[in-house]
Structures are given as C-alpha cells and as structure tokens.
Design a protein around this ligand. Structure first.
Ligand code: GDP
Ligand code: IMO
Ligand code: MG
Length: 426
C-alpha cells in the first residue's frame, strides 16, 4: 500500500487538481478529506477543461474509485450538479466508483445564508473574503454538535427535527443581527428533501473502504484542498478557511491512520491569494500583472482576480515543517517566462530581526518585510518543453534554488495546464 498525499503549500490554487489527475494513474482510490466546494480544482486533458469543486480529481479516470471523506463538508445541490455535468461529458458515475462517508457534514441552505450575511455585515479589514459557500458555518455546526450528516439523510424525520432545532438559533442570528427574514423550517426541509434521495445511494463507510484497499495492497491517493496558509490553526488566522489543510488531517478526515509513502507538496512557481489577508510578497505592479495575465489568475470558484506575488520560501519552509513533503510538484513555471528578473523571498525582517519562518502572532504576517534574492529570468516560451535538459539554463537554476533552500527534490515540473505539459524528473 504505497499511499500518496497531494497538498497545497501556499494559499491554494497551486495546481493540485492537475497534479492529482496525473498521479491518479498510479493510484486505485482517490479521497478528498477536508474542505468543500470552496475548492476549485482544474483539470485539462487534450484541451478540454473540467473544474471540480467537490468530487475528487481522479474521477476523469474511468477505472478509479473516488471517495469523499468525513472531513469534507458537502453541499448536496453542488454534488448533484457536478455529477450531472460529468455525466453530460460522458463520464460514468455510479455508487461503485464514487461514494460519500455517512459521517460527512451536509452544507444546508442556512449555512450559505449565514456565511453571506456575515460577510456583507463586515466592512474593511474585518471581511475575510470567503467564497460564500457556507463552509465556515457548516464546520461551526459540526463542532457545536448540531450538524446534519450524510447518514442522516436516510431518515427524513431526523433531518426535519435537526433543521427545526438548528433554526431556533440561526433565525435569531439572521433576524436580530443581520436584518434578514427568518427561515421557515419546512421550506428548508423541502429544499433538501429531493437531494436526500439522490445522495443516499452514494453513502458508504469510507474508512472501511480505505481499509479494504489496504488489504488488497491498493494505492490510495489523498487529495488536499486549499493550502497550508489557509489552515484554520496554522494559516494567516483569521484570514483562513475553516478546516485543517495540513496533511495530518488526512487521517482524521478520512478515517484511516496516517500512512503515506509519498507526500507531494504542490508549489506554484510564484504565489497567489484570493480573498483578504496578509500576503508579504504581493506585487501590485507590472510583475504582478505579468503573473496575473500569463497565469490566467482568476479564482476557479468565485471568478475573483487572484492577487499575485513572488515565491515565498518562508511560507514553503513552514509548509514543509507542518506537512513533511517527500517531494515537490512545481507548477506554472511557464508563467515566469519573459520576466527579466525574478525575485524569491528567502525570509523576512520582523521586529528588526531576520526570520526564516512566518511569525506566529495574529496578523504578524502583515508586518513583515520580505528579504529578496534576485534571479535572472529567461525569455523562451517553455510551455512545450518535455524534458529537464530542454529547459533554459536559468529556469533549471530556479528549480535547483528551490530544492537547495528546502532540501526537498522537485519530482514534477508543470509548464502548462494540460496533462501533457508536464516534465517528470528521473
Ligand atoms: P488547485 O485549486 O490547486 O487545483 O488549482 P486551480 O485549478 O484552482 O488553479 C490552477 C490553475 O492553473 C488552473 O487554471 C490550471 O489549469 C492552471 N495550471 C495548472 N498547472 C499549470 C501550469 O503549469 N502552467 C499554467 N500556465 N497553468 C497551469
Ligand atoms: P483550492 O482547493 C484559494 C479562501 C477564500 C477566503 C478564505 C475563506 O481551489 O485551492 P471559505 O469560503 O473557505 O470560508 O473562505 O479561504 N479559499 C481559497 N482560496 N483556493 C481555495 O481552494 C480556497 N478555498 C477557500 O478565498 O480567502
Ligand atoms: Mg483552486
């Protein structure tokens, strides 16, 4: 059982979807273990683009099984829309190859309403810039022990009872705090009911499925969402998502002990961030515009423009400390082509001292000054390059610099969105 895990080392959108799609060839089962449809994972095969928000990126490979673990929060409407879209594209979907844990928490309409109302009520720096998908409020209910789980959908009386209880609290919030109309429990129930019958056949014991895969010596690939700097504990709190994005959560979020042979940290060759929060290497200038345009940096979930900046090794060092990558998949190297000088942040000045890791205090990242090393760029278009030897000398030096600083090997270099635009290192 040579299990693998793919995780984002930065603020998300590193290109995890593409890397998972490639590595799926070597796996039997692909599991999502945290986050929800705040994620947007893009896969491009032979020029055809798929954006998956909830269903694991392995789904395009017809012989593989995809599982949604208990650590995910699942919006039934989004799940059904996603499977319908995949079916329309000729991809076979059945409970044999796609299943959901009975312990997965369900995103209800009131979670979305509260997420959006809360963001609207905030102003200026208080806004988090969430995706508005109800992710935070659903995780809140999980922790408050008042959530509705996948397995509950088999018992509609229980669902109705839980909605009634939840709305006692939610309506106070909506009415008194956010000046919204209270929600009618029967309307909320009517909205979820048709999806319940569609979801029930997909419900399973994900933990057991992974155990069985191990017994058959199969390989499980764990697909992370978001990135380490968005982790609820270790990210740039409070500008984070509401789940643990570090690799250790693959265990709790899927119901299987942590057992990975390969830990693949996905590193974008520069940095992007969507939503609010500190971003020390952000470039609100020509270089940032180059990355934005060349990298088509628009959010795959909300369509928002992604903020862009230089690669930040302090962030990557922290990701390595937290997640233990055995290798790096470096993506979007092609986007840096054409920049005369490329900068890399090697650490920060914080409170008049040089530091190599992000400081721990809340919002301290807003007060650091990056220390940069300048690096000569390359002018060639590398999006058609297939081998390490064919990369321009300066592009190879850039890759080696990352390896040297982090003491981790780069095993995959991605030079374009398509499956084929990939260099595998020997
Ligand atoms: P994820 O959330 O980590 O899966 O990443 P997203 O899919 O949200 O964003 C990555 C974007 O970059 C997508 O549009 C991908 O198609 C695209 N992409 C992935 N790898 C490369 C690459 O090497 N070069 C370029 N130019 N685009 C890439
Ligand atoms: P993938 O998996 C980038 C960000 C949002 C916001 C913050 C909180 O595609 O890398 P939330 O809706 O989760 O409560 O929003 O987290 N965010 C992401 N940014 N990629 C993602 O996922 C993200 N998922 C959430 O923009 O700043
Ligand atoms: Mg994304």
């Amino acid at each position: 059982m040579a299990n693998m895990i793919v995780f984002g080392t930065q603020w998300g959108d590193e290109g995890k979807g593409k890397i998972v799609d490639i590595l799926t060839e070597d796996a039997d089962i692909i599991v999502r273990y945290q986050g929800g449809n705040n994620a947007g994972h893009t896969l491009v095969t032979e020029g055809k683009k798929f954006i998956l928000h909830l269903i694991p990126s392995g789904i395009l490979h017809s012989s593989k099984t995809c599982l949604i673990g208990n650590g995910v929060v699942l919006d039934p409407e989004v799940f059904c829309a996603e499977i319908d879209k995949l079916k329309d594209s000729g991809i076979s979907i059945s409970p044999e190859r796609l299943a959901i844990s009975k312990k997965t928490h369900i995103i209800m309409s009131y979670h979305k309403e509260i997420d959006q109302a809360r963001e609207t009520a905030k102003s200026g720096k208080d806004k988090i810039g969430t995706t508005g998908r109800g992710i935070g409020p659903c995780y809140e209910d999980k922790m408050a022990r008042m959530g509705i789980r996948g397995g509950d959908l088999q018992d509609l009386d229980l669902v109705r009872e839980k909605i009634n209880k939840a709305l006692v609290e939610k309506n106070v919030l909506l009415e008194k705090l956010y000046n919204q109309k209270p929600l009618d429990p029967e309307n909320v129930f009517d909205r979820i009911r048709p999806f319940a019958s569609r979801l029930v056949p997909f419900m399973t014991d994900v933990s057991r499925k992974i155990q069985e895969a191990g017994e058959k010596n199969q390989t499980v690939l764990f697909e992370g969402a978001q990135g380490v700097q968005l982790d609820i504990d270790h990210g740039t709190y409070p500008y984070v998502t509401s789940s643990n994005t570090v690799t250790g959560n693959a265990s709790a979020g899927s119901g299987y002990y942590y057992n990975m042979k390969r830990v693949i940290g996905v590193v974008k060759a520069y940095t992007t961030r969507v939503g609010q929060g500190p971003f020390p290497t952000e470039q609100d200038n020509e270089s940032g515009t180059h990355m934005q345009n060349m990298g088509a940096e628009f959010g795959s979930t909300t369509g928002r423009k992604r903020r862009c900046g230089w690669l930040d090794l302090a962030v990557l060092r922290e990701s390595a400390r937290l997640c233990g990558p055995t290798e790096i998949a470096l993506t979007k190297l092609d986007v840096l082509s054409g920049l005369e000088t490329i900068k890399v942040c090697t650490g920060y000045i914080y409170q008049e001292r040089t530091v190599e890791y992000p400081p721990q205090e809340e919002n301290a990242m807003a007060g650091v000054s990056p220390v940069y090393e300048n690096f000569p760029g390359w002018s060639e278009d590398i999006s058609g390059v297939k081998t390490w030897a064919d990369l321009p000398e300066n592009a190879r030096r850039y890759v080696r610099l990352i390896e040297d600083y982090l003491k981790i090997k780069v095993s995959i270099i991605s030079v374009g969105p398509d499956r084929d635009q990939t260099i595998r290192m020997g």
